[in-house]
Design a binder for this molecule. Structure first.
Ligand SMILES: [Zn+2]
Length: 209
């Protein structure tokens, strides 16, 4: 058998793409021909390197894609919650219920959505742990700022509320706050927890240590 024909067949042989007959021809030939045997071994080892170096690339690309999907889905969901909250708030008549949905849904969802902006700056963080911790702090910080702003907006004077009242009255005030804002407090805790867990997951997908 001609060496040149075998050399043409070797790449197909390595990829396992040639017929059984050709396979036999190649195997028989390299039994006798050292040149072709060496060529086969060289090509085999270089094709191994290519496979090894290509697979993590594909893997990381897939994970980059997953990370982007996660971020987009979260942006969309938190925006949807804000929209629902605004719609519900617009339906409430002025009175004691005014501001209920703003405090209990719009503010926590806004805190979470705005904290997602931090995810664009993941490169700045040294490691996954610091990124995840800062995401939690950002969510909590933005939410608290929004609550303070809402206190001014609804002209709620917390100091007046708490001063000049005895213990029993204080309990009443606390109960009132829980009644008016309990859902918002729960949601804030949920969003802060989600922020920590999901940002960690996001960083993992992007291969952050
Ligand atoms: Zn040969």
């Amino acid at each position: 058998m001609n060496c040149n024909i075998v050399k043409d067949l070797i790449p197909l042989y390595i990829d396992g793409c040639c017929s059984e007959e050709s396979e036999k021809v190649v195997e028989e030939h390299i039994g006798d021909c050292d040149d072709c045997k060496r060529l086969l071994e060289d090509m085999k080892s270089s094709s191994d390197i290519i496979t090894v170096s290509e697979s993590p690339k594909t893997f990381s690309k897939l994970n980059d894609w997953k990370a982007s999907v996660l971020q987009s889905v979260l942006l969309f969901l938190s925006f949807a919650l804000i929209t629902i909250g605004v719609a519900l708030e617009a339906r409430t008549q002025s009175g004691i219920g005014n501001g209920f949905w703003a405090l209990n849904l719009v503010i926590p969802a806004t805190g979470f959505m705005l904290s997602l902006a931090n995810w664009y700056f993941i490169r700045v963080y040294k490691n996954r742990k610091s990124f995840s911790l800062f995401s939690l702090i950002a969510t909590l910080g933005i939410t608290l700022c929004a609550y303070i702003w809402s206190g001014f907006h609804y002209e709620l004077n917390v100091f007046e509320l708490f001063s000049e009242c005895d213990f029993i009255e204080l309990l009443d005030v606390m109960q009132g706050i829980l009644f008016l804002n309990g859902l918002g407090i729960v949601l804030t805790i949920v969003f802060c927890t989600l922020s920590k867990i999901l940002s960690n997951q996001y960083a993992k997908m992007l291969g952050k240590e």
